[in-house]
Design a protein around this ligand. Structure first.
Ligand code: GLN
Length: 491
């Protein structure tokens, strides 16, 4: 293993700046590492080494000419949900076949404009529906972490499991990801990495394969909170091609990471203390409280009374939106087509062959809750409760600057442990979906190892547009946790 691949983004940028190595050398180190280990980890579903070397060479030239961007020459991975011009983009669904976009997503364009180098496209759950990547058409990535004394392979969470595996196993400096109900934060928690979901509307959804448009948001998975702050700053921008993108300046979040939490008020939502919560998760949460108190924050109990409805609401709203977003995959426009006797039969055959079981389940739920007769009972009601959930947060944020919760109810689990029971799988999202329903920013920071030596993350949720407070708290947790353990290399 090359030492270059284990650097953080910030360290790598310093090394490039000081000419300790070139972007070509750095990029080659990652390409070699991917070549040697991706067959064991299945993080990349397509790698783009020639493009990477070309981009790296251009970056070296820009650095030599002093015309470099903020992350010039930094090799990153891209979740297969972001359209990349000329590079196959499938959202890990069979139905997209070999679809190769003729345009670039805004988020990835922003990264290339600042000098990032693309290593390839990363594995994910089909259309980002899932919490373990077991629904990927390419098979799931493997978590570099294993339980102490066990060689049982574990999932790296989902849906951004490929991004999380790649970052945790040093197959890129950082990766793009997306979060509809927790897909950035949960895989980050499972792999000892940092995941940021910005406020809804901060990052443009243009060129992202849509799942549930009122919830989808892009963000990074990175090795440190500072790396994540820098990437979030670059990924977020106003974009006329996404009508929900906000015309707002992006603050200096990198600065916020170092500010500390002295004088901040941190809320502990009591409804997140769910029945049957494991004592380890409880202890992790308590540890987080103590870390923040020790650094001068005031801890305040708050109530989010509608929390218990968040999962049922999410699993109505998200499938409803998915059922209309995924109507476009009909065999006519993109990817795969399975011919039937007439047009309807062709649609049906294409969709039956192209969509996996979980996607089909969601499309059926979505179509059902939107159908006349059920619309008022399910969809409309869910929308009303969604408003209540958002109001709960508004009230809590009258008293506090940010909230602290665990990211997930458990550490990484094994394949097949939850995939037989969809509800069991959905329960993984219990702490993360509320932030999506209310459009709020959330960050998962690695905090500790559980008794089986697997990483666990703490989640910070902030007011809409107040990523600054989230980054302050995340920075303080990172300092206190001093989480430096790396997975033991077996791959
Ligand atoms: N696990 C959740 C789901 O299956 C969240 C997915 C996501 O955030 N994209 O819907």
């Amino acid at each position: 293993m090359s030492e270059l691949t284990s650097l953080s983004l910030t360290e790598a940028l310093a090394g490039l700046e000081e000419k300790k190595f070139s972007s070509r050398e750095l990029t080659q180190a990652f390409i070699d590492e991917i070549e040697a280990t991706n067959s064991n980890l299945n993080a990349y579903v397509i790698d783009t080494p020639e493009r990477a070397i070309e981009m790296a060479a251009a970056s070296d030239e820009k650095r030599a000419n002093n015309t470099h961007g903020r992350i010039e020459g930094a090799p990153i991975g891209v979740k297969d949900l972001f359209c990349t011009k000329g590079v196959r983009t499938t959202a890990c669904s069979k139905i997209l076949g070999e679809f190769t976009p003729t345009y670039e997503s805004t988020v990835t364009s922003n990264l290339w404009s600042e000098g990032a180098v693309m290593l390839g496209k990363l594995n994910m759950d089909e259309f980002a529906m899932g919490s373990s990547n077991e629904t990927s058409r390419f098979g799931p990535p493997v978590n570099p972490w294993r339980r102490a004394g066990s060689d049982q392979p574990l999932t790296s969470g989902g849906s951004s499991g490929g991004s999380a595996t790649a970052v945790a196993a040093n197959l890129c400096l950082a990766a793009t990801a997306s979060d509809t109900g927790g897909s950035i934060r949960q895989p980050a928690s499972f792999t000892g990495t940092v995941g940021v979901k910005p406020t809804y509307g901060r990052a443009s959804r243009y060129g992202m394969v849509a799942f549930a448009s009122s919830l989808d948001q892009a963000g990074p998975i990175a090795k440190t909170v500072s790396d994540a702050a820098l990437l979030t700053e670059i990924m977020c921008s106003h974009d006329e091609r996404d009508s929900t993108s906000l015309a707002l300046d992006v603050p200096d979040w990198g600065q916020a990471v170092k500010e500390g939490v002295k004088g901040m008020k941190i809320g502990i939502p009591k409804e997140f203390r769910i029945a049957g919560m494991s004592p380890e998760i409880e202890a992790l949460w308590q540890q987080g409280v103590e870390w923040l108190e020790q650094q001068g924050a005031e801890i305040i109990d708050v109530s989010l009374p509608h929390t218990k409805y968040a999962l049922p609401v999410y699993y109505i709203v998200a499938p409803a939106e998915a059922s209309s977003n995924l109507a476009r995959y009909d065999g006519m426009r993109y990817g795969e087509r399975v011919m039937g006797d007439d047009l309807t039969a062709t649609y049906e055959a294409t969709r039956a062959a192209g969509f996996g079981e979980e996607v089909q389940r969601r499309l059926m739920i979505g179509t059902y809750v939107l159908s006349s007769g059920y619309y008022d009972a399910y969809y409309l009601r869910a929308q009303k409760v969604r408003t209540r959930i958002a109001e709960d947060f508004d009230k809590a944020f009258e008293k506090v600057d940010a909230l602290l919760t665990p990211t997930c109810p458990s550490a990484a689990f094994g394949y097949g442990e939850k995939s037989g029971d969809p509800v069991e799988m959905y329960l993984n999202d219990i702490f993360t979906v509320t932030a999506n329903l209310a459009g709020l920013p959330g960050i998962s920071v690695p905090a500790t190892l559980d008794k089986e030596a697997l990483p666990l993350g703490l989640q910070v949720i902030g007011k809409a547009l107040d990523e600054t407070s989230c980054f302050r708290v995340a920075g303080a947790i990172e300092t206190a946790a001093n989480f430096t353990t790396k997975p033991e290399r077996w791959w």
